[in-house]
Each structure stands twice: as structure tokens, then as C-alpha cells.
Design a protein around this ligand. Structure first.
Ligand code: FBP
Length: 547
């Protein structure tokens, strides 16, 4: 395999570990824990894994550990650093006992159920150290939630002599990891399950999990590109760039990129929902900023748009819900209608309120809302080109204002969507170190017989040496939520907090950014060089830690 010069140099990078993981490890138990809400229900559902103590690692005596084989699964969307979780896990279990073996299940949780796996040997691991992507074993979105899947999994775990399984995933995958841990514990199968917090979206975080891995690298990658666009924009001074950023639901990525690049405008879905803003309110907000800048002779700017925005606009949320229900029953009838009559058909069949919203949408977006449903029958919001929808509507509003003599500037838009570009980038030093520590921590948790825990590494704005490693019972992060019409125990998803330090810092600066050109150009991720350039964490983490 041909490798780039950076890949070759980067393979030799030795990720930094917290002090407690450098030699023998002592596991210190804290107080018993409670779930964040709905304690009685969660306790009943998880009799074997509820209420376990928090665990903290400290330097201790080197111990001998009995041999154990371990399995690992990558679940859901790619996030930079996944390969380092696996290499930290590999190095950890080999250090504990060189006879230990690591097996990877292929293409996500489906690999466990379908018995598709490979042994991850030292040669294979060495090929993937400090690289981006999940291609070492692949990832997938099969949900592990049914008993027959757990039993199929157990068959192969038993066959391979696997005593512990690590599931690297987001909130849903870690919820499922906990259900699996509970199931195997209840059955006395002797199989431990440990979770690792992954997602570029940054929405798997709480008191004990300061950030999910991949968020740092993905945001730095997007911020580099946004900075480059801002410089282009400030050079030709003739375009407004509408940039949609990944993050299925929460706006953490858009907010972090805004803090790094200081765009003219950044929308935050959680604020849109809290203020009950309509699509027209958002369009008017952007158009007003365009007019104000045009008055200063600046017919250019940048607008950051979180991917999940549409679903946070209350009126759109209602419309999408009614469309989902309606098309679940009438999709064949709808498909049989001539394309040029479909819009009218939908308008005639929706409630007046939703029909009016639907009728106000540009043709293309209205169409997208009735097509491309996922296996659960829901609109795939990520396929909706919000960046084009907004620029088109802003353009129309400005044209109307021009006709009324309220605006005399020029408006020309460019569109971008940054998502996949950042998910497999070579991990930043932060993600390389953090992930390696998470994997190593998982190995220590397993060697000490723990199950139903998530690997946790905290104090992340301090140098890696001072990071605090340990385990958090997954049940501690759970509450009951309605999913597909049923109340289920799930890990609480962390949306952007409007009273949190990152949003407040943004809100305090955004008027200036809109009026003046305050762009910041972060440049590419640096892997070698001064620590203030190479080891910086996200602004989100820095601001959250300043509390
Ligand atoms: P995870 O939550 O599984 O980490 O995935 C996050 C994400 O990258 C979202 O930002 C995005 O909306 C989605 O995955 C895209 O999914 P897919 O890879 O299936 O297109």
C-alpha cells in the first residue's frame, strides 16, 4: 500500500497517556450512582448494572491478569480517532497479558450477529495507528436491541473465547451496549460489555464524559475550510457563502466552527426552537444582516447552518410530523400521481396550518420533504439542502426589498455542505491521545471484571499527563424517553445549552461579527510543532472548563 509522507511520519507518533495509565493501575471506587432521571424505572430495567460506583484510576502496583480474549465493534458514523481507540485497547490488553487476543467484528454490530470477524494482530494494528477512518474493520448502523441478536452474538463470543466486548459508538449504541451488558449479566454468561463515547456531533457528553471523540478533529477540519472560504470571500468581496455543517440534531459543530472562524452569521437550531422562530423569521434575520453589510459596501459574508435546523423550526417540525403520518398510509397513492400534480395533492390533504407552510416552500425543498424516507418512514433531513433553501428565500426577500427601495446592494450566493470531509480526517493530536487513552481505559476496566461501564477520560483541557481516567456506569446517564411510540431507557442526548459558556461567548460576539468582517483563519490541523498550535482543544471544551 502506498503511503503519504505524513502517514509514514505519523505512524511513529506515540499517543500521550494520563499518568495513571503509564504503569500498574489501581482502581478506586467512588460512591454508588443514580440515573440522571427516572431512577425507579431504570433501576427496575437494569437490576444487575444499576447503581454501580464511579471508578477512577490511580498509579498502582503492576498486577498479573488472567488471559482474556476481547472483541471490538465500531458502531454508527465514522469519527476521527477510532483506530486509536482500537490500538489503545490492543496495547492495553497485550500489556496485561501477551496471550490476550483482540477480535474485530466486521461492519458494525451486524458483524457480531452474523459472525463476521477478524483477529486484529500487531501487524494489522500497526498499519492503522494514528490514522483516520474506521476501515480497519468497517462500521455499520445495525441496532443491537433484540434478544435473538444478543443470543447470536453470545454464540460467536463463546466460540472465540471472548470474555469482554467493547462497543465504540454514540448515545444509541452505548444505550444498546448497556442493555447487552445487563442481558449477559442476567444470564450469567460471563461476558462483560464496555462502551466508548464516539461521535463527531459532540452530543454524547455530560458531567463525566467531557466530549465524544472525533468532535475535535472534525471541527478543526471544517474550520480550516471555512477559514479558507472566508479568505476567498474577503478577497473577491462578491459572494455570500451558505455553509451547512454536519451534526444530525445538535448544533455543537456549527457553534464550535463559529467560535473558531467568526463568520458573519451562524444559526443555532436550539435557539431557533427556543425562540419559536419561523422559516421567515430566519430568512429575515439573514436578509437584515445582508442589508446592513451592503450599506457599508460589503456585499459578501458567510452563514453557518447546522444540518438539523429544519427539524428545530417549530412549524416545520409539525409539517414533517404530519407528512410522515400521511405518507406512511398514502405513499402508493402519492407515487401514482403525475409529478406536476403532487404538490397540489399534498396541499389538499394536509391540515390548513401545515398546508400553508408547505405551500410557502420552494418547489425543490417541498419535493424533498415528500421523498427519500428512511426505513422508519421519516424524512431524511440531512438530504434537505437547507443552505440552498435559505439562500433562495433570502434572495427573494432582498429582491422584494429592492423593488420597495429598501435595499440597493448585490446578492450572489455560493453553497457548501461539510460533513463527510471531516469524519475520517487523520486525528488531531488531541483525538489521537484521547482515543488511545479511551481504548487503554477500556482494557483496564475489562481486566478488572467491570461491565456496563463507559470508558471515561476527564480533565481534558489539562496536559494529557494530568487527565483522569476511569469508568462511568452507563445507567447513570440514562432517562426514559418516548421512542417509536414506546417509553425506553436511553442516554440523554446533549443539545447546545443556551445558558452554557460556548453559546454565551458566541451570542456576545455575533453582532460585531455580522457588522464588521471579523473572520479568523485557523489553517490546517498541525501534527508537529509547538504545543499551543498542535495540542489545543476545542473552544467549546475550553469555555466549558472556564466555569
Ligand atoms: P453518529 O452519531 O453515528 O456518530 O453519526 C453522526 C453523523 O455523522 C451525523 O453528523 C450525520 O447526520 C450522520 O452521521 C450521517 O449518517 P450516514 O453516515 O449514515 O450518512
Amino acid at each position: 500500500m502506498t503511503k503519504s509522507a505524513l502517514q509514514i511520519a505519523r505512524a511513529a507518533y506515540q499517543p500521550k497517556l494520563p499518568k495513571a495509565l503509564k504503569g500498574g493501575v489501581k482502581v478506586v471506587e467512588g460512591e454508588p450512582t443514580q440515573s440522571v432521571a427516572d431512577q425507579e424505572e431504570i433501576k427496575k430495567l437494569f437490576p444487575n448494572t444499576y447503581g454501580m460506583p464511579l471508578l477512577k484510576f490511580e498509579p498502582g502496583e503492576a498486577k498479573e491478569y488472567a488471559p482474556m480474549n476481547v472483541g471490538v465493534i465500531l458502531s454508527g458514523g465514522q469519527a476521527p480517532g477510532g483506530h486509536n481507540v482500537i490500538s489503545g485497547l490492543f496495547d492495553g490488553i497485550k500489556k496485561m497479558n501477551p496471550a490476550n487476543k483482540l477480535y474485530g467484528f466486521i461492519l458494525g454490530p451486524g458483524g457480531l450477529v452474523d459472525h463476521k470477524y477478524m483477529e486484529l494482530t500487531a501487524d494489522i494494528i500497526d498499519e492503522y495507528r494514528n490514522t483516520g477512518g474506521f476501515d480497519i474493520i468497517g462500521s455499520g448502523r445495525t441496532k443491537l436491541e433484540k434478544e435473538d441478536q444478543f443470543e447470536k452474538g453470545y454464540e460467536i463470543l463463546k466460540e472465540l473465547g471472548i470474555k469482554a466486548l467493547v462497543i465504540i459508538g454514540g448515545d444509541d449504541s452505548n444505550t444498546n451496549a448497556c442493555v447487552l451488558a445487563e442481558y449477559y449479566a442476567a444470564k450469567n454468561y460471563g461476558i462483560q460489555v464496555i462502551g466508548c463515547p464516539k461521535t463527531i456531533d459532540g452530543d454524547l457528553k455530560n458531567e463525566m464524559i467531557e466530549t465524544s471523540f472525533g468532535f475535535d478533529t472534525a471541527c478543526k477540519t471544517y474550520s480550516e475550510m471555512i477559514g479558507n472560504i472566508e479568505r476567498d470571500c474577503n478577497s473577491s468581496r462578491k459572494y455570500w457563502h451558505f455553509i451547512k455543517l454536519m451534526g444530525r440534531s445538535a448544533s455543537h459543530i456549527a457553534l464550535e466552527c463559529a467560535l473558531q472562524t467568526q463568520p458573519s452569521i451562524c444559526l443555532v437550531s436550539e435557539e431557533v426552537e427556543a425562540k419559536g422562530m419561523s422559516l421567515d423569521d430566519i430568512v429575515t434575520y439573514i436578509a437584515n444582516a445582508v442589508v446592513a453589510r451592503a450599506a457599508e459596501g460589503n456585499n459578501f459574508g458567510t452563514v453557518l447552518i447546522p444540518e438539523g435546523l429544519i427539524e428545530f423550526i417549530p412549524a416545520m417540525k409539525k409539517l414533517i410530523a404530519e407528512l410522515n403520518d400521511f405518507l406512511a398510509i398514502h405513499s402508493d397513492e402519492y407515487a401514482a400521481i403525475e409529478p406536476n400534480k403532487q404538490r397540489e395533492y399534498i396541499i389538499n390533504n394536509l391540515s390548513k396550518e401545515n398546508a400553508d407552510v408547505y405551500a410557502s416552500l420552494p418547489e425543490g425543498v417541498a419535493r424533498q420533504l415528500t421523498l427519500d424516507r428512511d426505513p422508519h418512514g421519516n424524512v431524511q433531513v440531512s438530504l434537505i439542502e437547507t443552505e440552498k433553501l435559505l439562500s433562495e428565500m433570502v434572495g427573494k426577500k432582498l429582491a422584494a426589498w429592492k423593488a420597495e427601495g429598501k435595499y440597493t446592494g448585490k446578492f450572489s450566493a455560493q453553497h457548501h455542505f461539510f460533513g463527510y470531509e471531516g469524519r475520517c480526517a487523520a486525528p488531531s493530536n488531541f483525538d489521537a491521545d484521547y482515543c488511545y487513552s479511551l481504548g487503554y481505559t477500556a482494557a483496564v476496566l475489562m481486566a478488572n471484571g467491570k461491565t456496563g461501564y463507559m470508558s471515561s477520560v476527564r480533565n481534558l483541557t489539562a496536559p494529557a499527563e494530568e487527565w483522569i481516567a476511569g469508568g462511568v456506569p452507563i445507567t447513570m446517564m440514562m432517562n426514559m424517553e418516548r421512542r417509536h411510540g414506546e417509553m425506553k431507557p436511553v442516554i440523554q442526548k446533549a443539545l447546545v445549552k443556551l445558558d452554557g459558556a460556548p453559546f454565551k461567548a458566541f451570542a456576545a460576539a455575533r453582532e460585531t461579527w455580522a457588522k464588521e468582517t471579523s473572520f479568523v483563519y485557523p489553517g490546517p490541523i498541525q501534527y508537529f510543532g509547538p504545543t499551543e498550535v498542535c495540542d489545543q482543544t476545542t473552544k467549546t471544551l475550553q469555555l466549558e472548563h472556564q466555569k
